[in-house]
Design a protein around this ligand. Structure first.
Ligand SMILES: [Mn+2]
Length: 163
């Protein structure tokens, strides 16, 4: 199953539009938005309604609404994905606490955002950060991730950066 991962759009529905129009994004069945900001994830859900499912968590720039979800576990094709923004796990310094939380939730994949720096780190837990689709700190152009997930196989991850 083809999934897309995006984070830190920070109000840029234009960046979401560009992502959805990208050739690499065609055929995505599930989108994960790792926070900052929730209205963008809702916009993504509206734009992909009937074609893809959207799961999202809140980030540190989101209004702290009661009942806001900060961590989620998403099950896809025999994989378990721990989805969080990352600000509660100190990801600017290390992803160890994030990996520990993912392992405790029985996950084999950990997805975070917050740093605006993309990461694909294979390992016992595959650690993924799509970077920021709107305000990258690791390049001039924004990025997102496309991941192919098959039962019993390691995730096949591709960082997509706007040209
Ligand atoms: Mn953030």
């Amino acid at each position: 199953m083809k999934i897309g991962i995006v984070s830190d759009s920070h109000g840029s529905t234009n960046a979401i539009d560009r992502m959805l129009a990208h050739p690499a994004a065609q055929g995505v069945m599930l989108w994960l938005h790792a926070g900052d900001i929730t209205p963008d994830a809702e916009y993504l859900a509206m734009m992909t309604e009937g074609r893809a499912e959207v799961r999202y968590v809140a980030g540190n720039s989101d209004w702290p609404e009661p009942g806001a979800r900060y961590d989620d576990v998403v099950e896809v094709a025999g994989h378990r994905i721990f989805l969080t923004h990352g600000h509660m796990y100190g990801v600017r310094f290390t992803t160890k606490p994030l990996c520990d939380a993912a392992a405790q939730s029985g996950c084999d994949i950990a997805v975070y955002g917050h740093t605006h720096v993309a990461e694909i780190s294979p390992g016992r837990i595959t650690v993924l950060n799509p970077g920021s689709v709107a305000r990258p700190r690791d390049a001039m152009q924004g990025s997102f991730l496309i991941v192919e997930l098959e039962r019993g196989q390691k995730p096949d991850c591709h960082l997509i950066r706007f040209a």
